[in-house]
Design a protein. Structure first.
Lengths: 151, 213
């Protein structure tokens, strides 16, 4: 009996390790998206006049976002971590993996929009707000196509 | 509840649409068109104008609800609820190439009015909870009622093309009356006067007209 249990545990270990890697990947990308959201919140609050425009703070948020979008995300998007593989944990639609090229194109546009923001974030509220609109469209485009909605 | 427009009735030029209904109609048209386009194309990434026009639509719909209960006769909801017999008679006569001279919302138009008002009400309500996920804009109640966001966003996005369809139908109907039935409904919505037949309150009659102009 004991041998059987040990054998069962030994056999299940690789599966657990894979499950763990998958959960880590989902967690990592969700945290990464939250960091995007945090910078977006800084811009949006200023653009909508909820807080006063602060050139230094806006530039800092832009530079932070600039770093975040350059992070290598290959470990975040492991195959087998879609919302169908991990319901309730992952909210990425399987289409993300079958349309990697389209998703990647949105990512490239996002990088360009963030670069544009880095250039103008400190030069005025109007310029910053305009650049923000450009970034928001990429957030929306990717989420609309590839993110399952939470209930 | 009135009968399907009887052939023998006299024609009267009447004051049909009161000024509030007319202003309501055109304000609603402008707000819906602009906010719909802005929501679809979102040129700046900021939906601020879309939101303010949406709030204006809420105000307009509340006014129309009140006006439909206490307003003058042709604006009242009870006045344009019709029975199946009236529908059958009206629809069977619709293909005739002559004006309806209907005093108020005709039976088919009434359906369009109820549908448009209902869909717009659902649209502005769902918009309060909608989140377009651009991390810039969110309905004013999205943060307070996170459980409503998914449903609100889905309804808001589903109804947009339906509103377009209803508006196109509305314009199509106006064109049908103008071209096929030779009854131009647009001036009545501008100056309020219309040539009608059937029962109308005496105080509303401007003059009896012998023949259709």
């Amino acid at each position: 009996m004991r041998k059987f249990i040990i054998a069962a545990i030994a056999l299940s270990l690789p599966t657990l390790a894979i499950a763990d890697a998958a959960t880590d990947a989902v967690k990592a990308r969700q945290d990464h998206m939250k960091s995007y959201g945090k910078q977006m919140g800084t811009f949006a609050a200023m653009a909508k006049g909820e807080v006063d425009y602060d050139a230094a703070a806006a530039q800092a948020a832009a530079d932070e976002l600039g770093k975040l979008v350059m992070v290598d995300q290959s470990a975040f998007w492991l195959p087998g971590t879609s919302t169908e593989d991990m319901p309730g944990v992952s909210y990425a639609k399987p289409a993300f993996w079958s349309e990697m090229d389209k998703a990647g194109a949105i990512g490239k546009e996002m990088v360009a929009a963030v670069a544009a923001m880095q250039e103008v974030a400190g030069s005025g509220k109007g310029e910053m707000a305009q650049a923000l609109g450009g970034i928001g469209k990429n957030c929306q485009a990717c989420h609309k196509a590839y993110q399952a909605k939470k209930d | 509840m009135r009968d399907g427009s009887p052939e023998s009735d006299k024609l009267y030029l009447v004051r049909l649409w009161d000024p509030f209904v007319r202003v309501f109609h055109w304000l609603l048209a402008i707000c819906v068109i602009v906010t719909w386009l802005w929501g679809q194309f979102n040129p700046t990434g900021f939906l601020t104008l879309h939101f303010w026009l949406g709030y204006t639509v809420i105000g307009l719909l509340v006014f129309r609800l009140v006006w439909g209960l206490v307003g003058p006769w042709p604006a009242r909801f009870v006045h344009f609820i019709y029975g199946p017999g009236t529908y059958a008679r009206y629809i069977s006569g619709m293909s005739k190439r002559k004006p309806s001279n209907w005093p108020g919302h005709n039976p088919v138009g009434a359906l369009s009015v109820y549908l448009l008002l209902g869909v717009l009400a659902l649209q502005v309500f769902s918009g309060l909870f909608a989140d377009p996920e651009d991390y810039i804009n969110a309905g004013p109640l999205a943060d307070d009622f996170p459980g409503m966001v998914k449903l609100g966003t889905e309804i808001h996005h589903t109804l947009a093309p339906i509103i377009l369809l209803l508006v196109v139908l509305h314009l199509g109907a106006v064109a049908f009356y103008k071209i096929w039935k030779r009854e131009n409904l647009i001036p009545s919505m501008l100056h309020g006067r219309k040539v009608v037949k059937g029962e109308v309150p005496a105080g509303r009659i401007i003059e009896e007209v012998s023949e259709e102009a």
